[in-house]
Design a protein around this ligand. Sequence first.
Ligand SMILES: Nc1nc2c(ncn2[C@@H]2O[C@H](COP(=O)(O)OP(=O)(O)OP(=O)(O)O)[C@@H](O)[C@H]2O)c(=O)[nH]1
Ligand SMILES: [Mg+2]
Length: 692
Amino acid sequence: MGKLMVRLPEGDGEETMMSRSVTAARCAALVGPYTSGKTTLLEALLLQAGALHRKGSVTEGTSLGDSAPEARARQMTTEPNFAHCSYLDETWSFIDCPGSIELAQDVHSALMGVDVVVVVAPPEPARCLTLAPIFKFLDDYQIPHILFVNRMDKASARVRDILEALQSISERPLMLRQVPIREGEEITGFVDLVSERAWRYNLNKQSDLIEMPEQVKDREEAARRELLESLADFDDGLLEQLLEDKVPAPAEIYEQLSKDLAEDLIVPVLFGSAEQGHGITRLWKALRHETPDPATTAARLGVPEGTDLAASVIRTYHAPHTGKMSIARVWRGELKDGDNLGSERVSGLYRLMGPENQKAASAGAGDLVALGRMDSVAAGELLTEAGRRDDAGLVWPEVPKPVFTLSIRPHNRQDEVKLTASLAKLTEEDPSLVLEHNDDTNEMLLRGQGDIHLKLAVDRLKSRFNVEVDATRPQTAYKETIRKATKQHSRFKRQTGGHGQFGDVHVEIRPLPRGEGFAFVDKVVGGSVPRQYIGAVEHGAKEYLARGPLGFPVVDVSVTLYDGQYHSVDSSDQAFKTVARMAMAEGLPNCEPVLLEPIYEVTISVPSEFTNKVHSLVSARRGQILGFEMRAGWKGWDDLKCHLPEEELQDLIIELRSLTVGVGSFDWRFDHLQELTGRLADQVISQRQAAD
Ligand SMILES: Nc1nc2c(ncn2[C@@H]2O[C@H](COP(=O)(O)OP(=O)(O)OP(=O)(O)O)[C@@H](O)[C@H]2O)c(=O)[nH]1
Ligand SMILES: [Mg+2]
């Protein structure tokens, strides 16, 4: 692997001066903001490789990817699409990732199995900011990436301006590899800056080699100089040649580009149109000649060295007919169906082509395959013949914290068990989706990354598991407390036939400082309430707290039992428990009950140009700004810390994203309970009472 050899002219006749002979299969991911054209680009790449006879379309519902019903209905990618092909005798797999920021978890885990990423960018400088989280992730995880500026058939901005906008969000230098040839407003071809050859686009066919047009020569020369000078920053040999005015050999330039890409030092930039099939051969060529081999990727990801079979799992999912499938990248060795791997037997070995599982007899280094029925295997694990290595320390991304919640219940009551079982499968597949039970409001909460993310889960419950659910806005976990102390004497006396019931207590009910919960103090003297019933009094008082006079759980209250009476025959635990509840129910309304609302400490992160908008957003949501600072590790971003009521957090992410071209995010933690009075409190209380 990695042997240098000279290749003959290939395909469309563009000479490749130097190339590595790579035998292992390689894997590329297509990522980028939604609708940038990733799924269409996959069609174009597969068409060029001969893996598709006809190019499908996302809008017509004929693309290889996006075949799930929820994807077709929305004309968007809702989970990673997998495909494989061979191109000029080399094997490739592709992962076309969803663009929605709400599905970032799927993207991040997929990227832990690829040699290179093609970032598909829209050609509008104003939309480039939407790529900031993607670039940040690629930069942080040092994943080699190539930028493909798509939709150039409809672009109105100059390439230079697009590049400048993109450079402002990329830590690595972007290196333009082509300049456009324009005829009027239209881009009709490009000049490759290394080979200095000019090409004219053909609709969904390979480009024609043409004479370099006169009008592009100056721009070509300037751009080529810029490219070489940037490259020379990483290589002294190249720098020396430039200083001596020597022309470096293309082979040397290609070699340097490949090396720098493998080390994630630079980001090569290509452009074209997925829809028209423009620039596809050039992209294929960059992938082929410059993508690092899987051994390099394995080392980057921390796969321990060795000679034994090793594969890592990037995703698992449950399909109705096949059961659990684990998508894994084989790093070394040969894997056959039926082999033991990671302490389990591989029962079914497949290559994935869109919706199709194609049976494979074996898989070798670099292959991306689906393994059948490895029930105990989890994403992020390294599987070897010897067993499983979840301690292997593989690089694995952090799961994003939920920012949006829905309250769900099965549409048909009898589906309760089926619902929990199905959700367990969905949350295993996507750990950024979380199921929780809220004991205060007695709701089943589905938490995730946004409205689309959760609606997709609801759709999948129906399409894959045939469970219909009703989803609504969750209730806010209001509480209540008291502002004033009172003394309460209550007596419970019942004579039913022979044996009666009798309990009598004097209690003092007092407010406690915020956060202290419940305290019970026993100040009984002289046995007016005998020892053995004190526990029952405490128990009864506590039970009452589940629902106070306003209708919510009561907190921060102390109850002191200081006197009472008993009856030697009729008193019992039950009678004292009941009278304690009575004392609370009778006493609390006299203590000025007041509503408490949960307040969260929230840190909102946005590019600083949106900071002012976020200030207004926080004020409009009854928030209190605590301060702001530059976001650590994010150039040009701010972190705005504030207190926000839980009620206002519910759809915060939706408004925040719409204010910030989709990139704003927030972190949260519960902070304290705060009194809520006035009109809002009255509304909450009357809604609670109306709900009964
Ligand atoms: N004019 C033009 N339209 C394009 C191009 N590439 C994609 N489109 C169109 O843009 C729309 C979105 O394309 P997709 O390929 O689904 O985009 P995507 O990036 O996969 O979108 P998500 O997966 O939802 O993030 C479709 O209607 C495509 O036909 C292009 O190069 N030029
Ligand atoms: Mg797509």
